[in-house]
Design a protein around this ligand. Structure first.
Ligand SMILES: Nc1nc2c(ncn2[C@@H]2O[C@H](COP(=O)(O)OP(=O)(O)O)[C@@H](O)[C@H]2O)c(=O)[nH]1
Ligand SMILES: [Mg+2]
Length: 185
């Protein structure tokens, strides 16, 4: 999630299709699915690419409730997009007061070297505040895009493992399934 024009759709398409589509006209929300092999285990990743336009603010809470993991995105060439993430993070904190739902902070468009307004240090400081991992990426070049998604999926799996081990104290172990299913935003 994140403000308009930070590159959410381009990041999603880069991850799902492996290419850069420079203009993508969002509808209100678009669902993408990718089957990914992470650490030798297949995972069905479902991504909800949402619109960051302000007129859809009332929908943000619904979107946040509907997912298991989040990529919060700002664009390094536009300071306001970073400031605007606080609104998204407030909703996240209200929905998940224990902040136990995996969140990754993504600084996109790092290929725009000459237009960069936000430094790595500032990004890392915000990530600390959000208790999130931090990735600098470029949907255009593909730099670090897969790594950010992989990190999020690993976090999600880890969380599930912990949950399972708590359940397993009472129940017999489940047969491990071939597929994982992750629902991201
Ligand atoms: N230079 C550069 N431009 C990008 C990158 N990612 C997205 N864009 C451009 O930023 C604009 C907004 O991208 P889009 O994915 O539609 O943003 P969204 O509104 O957050 O979904 C488009 O013109 C893209 O071509 C990137 O990594 N580098
Ligand atoms: Mg979009």
């Amino acid at each position: 999630m994140g403000p308009a024009a930070v590159g959410k759709s381009c990041i999603t398409i880069r991850y799902v299709l492996g290419e850069f589509v420079s203009e993508y006209n969002n509808t209100l929300e678009d669902k993408f699915t990718k089957f990914d092999n992470i650490d030798g285990k297949m995972c069905k990743v479902e991504i909800l690419d949402t619109s960051g336009e302000d007129e859809f603010v009332p929908l943000r809470t619904l979107w946040i409730k509907a997912r298991e993991g989040f990529l919060f995105v700002y664009s390094v060439d536009n300071r306001k997009t970073m400031e605007d993430l606080d609104h998204f993070h407030r909703l996240y904190s209200m929905t998940y007061p224990n902040k136990d739902v995996p969140l990754i902070l993504v600084a996109n468009k790092i290929d725009l070297l000459n237009k960069r307004e936000i430094t790595t240090e500032e990004g890392m400081t915000l990530a600390n505040k959000y208790n999130a991992e931090y990735y600098e990426i470029s949907a255009k070049t593909g730099h670090n895009v897969d790594n950010a998604f992989t990190c999020l999926i690993r976090k999600l799996r880890k969380k599930r493992e912990v949950k399972k081990s708590i359940v397993n104290m009472k129940d017999p172990p489940e047969k491990s399934s071939f597929w994982d299913w992750c629902s991201l935003i």
